[in-house]
Design a protein around this ligand. Structure first.
Ligand code: ADP
Ligand code: MG
Length: 316
């Protein structure tokens, strides 16, 4: 059984805004509510929780909105838009969770913390566009927007074309101490939304924003490590991680060791921008002393920790 019951639970942005669904705030609220079933189950079983979440579709839409309002309202840099989505999505998750806990007579405070993530400004990843944001487009649309708007576009698995932006690698959350204190007291903390706001320390020693979007899986691993969590639980839109994903010889993974997953990663089974960052987050967290990384779909949160569903990655 797992002794350290502090878990960082990462909710996939793509699981909250589902591909092919009508994209309205009502939908997003409804999906947010649905995405909380697993989390509520963990609360019932007395886990201490940090909830992190992606913002790929949402921050892409926020950027599009800002660009379409060019000349009428000030353009907002990506860093500020990440902060906006941390606030907006944090509010939706916070209120939905509060309502659920109230309905079940569970007395646990919930709070959202806008989180800044320290990154290395000189790291090439800080400037290399790898992170998918916003909606899916056809190949023709992608070519047109690349031409007309200067967007960088890439295919996202078999799901279509998407815009890509740089995705720096975070190494520490500025608000970690506060998150840790609250979590130890039993507060459910929503933090590291959208991976957290990428920042760096400038020559004068001040924090300064970076216009990029951190992958939420890497941000989640940083928070998990900073607060000494035992569990990193990544909830997404697939039940299990696979090798040879999407190929005829695809094989789903139940439980694998750190060194096995590292070997699979080196063989190229986990593409950047989707499964890659989850596996990198898993490796990073286990190497820093984490007990388990579990990757599965939203409904299987408790089951995966019991070994009854999903993929579990454990130390050697
Ligand atoms: P999230 O919003 O939860 O971070 P992502 O889209 O970033 O979701 O990552 C999940 C997706 O990764 C899955 O929907 C699947 O299409 C893709 N994927 C890529 N490689 C693999 C793999 N080896 N095993 C499972 N899923 C994979
Ligand atoms: Mg992702």
């Amino acid at each position: 059984m797992l002794e350290n019951k502090t878990a960082v639970v990462a909710l996939g942005g793509n699981a909250i805004t589902r591909a092919g669904e009508e994209d309205t705030i009502y939908r997003q609220f409804a999906n947010t509510r649905k995405s909380l079933d697993g989390i509520v189950e963990l609360v019932r079983h007395s886990y201490n929780l940090v909830v992190t979440h992606g913002n790929g579709p949402q921050v892409g839409n926020a950027l599009l909105r800002s660009e379409l309002a060019r000349g009428k309202a000030p353009i907002l840099p990506l860093g500020v838009l990440v902060a906006d989505t941390e606030g907006g999505m944090g509010y939706m998750i916070e209120q939905s969770l509060q309502n659920r806990l109230l309905a079940e007579n569970i007395n646990r405070p919930v709070v959202t913390i806008i989180t800044q993530m320290l990154c290395d400004e000189k790291d090439p990843a800080t400037h290399n566009p790898t992170k998918y944001i916003g909606q899916f487009y056809t190949e023709e649309e992608a070519a047109r927007y690349a031409e007309e708007r200067g967007w960088q576009m890439k295919t996202d698995a078999d799901r279509g074309w998407r815009r890509v932006v740089p995705s720096p690698i975070p190494y520490k959350a500025v608000e970690s101490e506060t998150i840790k204190t609250l979590v130890e007291q039993g507060t459910i903390v929503i933090a590291g939304g959208g991976g957290g706001i990428p920042i760096y320390i400038d020559e004068k020693g001040n924090y300064e924003g970076i216009d990029a979007v951190i992958d939420k899986d890497l941000g989640s691993a940083v928070i998990a490590e900073d607060i000494g969590a035992g569990i990193l639980l990544i909830l997404t839109d697939i039940d299990k991680v696979a090798i040879n994903y999407g190929k005829p010889d695809e094989k789903e993974l139940d439980q694998v060791s750190l060194s096995e997953i590292k070997a699979y990663h080196q063989q190229g089974h986990f593409p950047p921008g989707s499964m890659g960052p989850k596996i990198e987050a898993a490796i990073k967290f286990l190497q820093s002393g984490g007990d388990i990384v579990a990757i599965t779909s939203l409904d299987n949160a408790l089951k995966v920790l019991r070994g009854e569903a999903g993929t579990r990655i454990v130390p050697d």
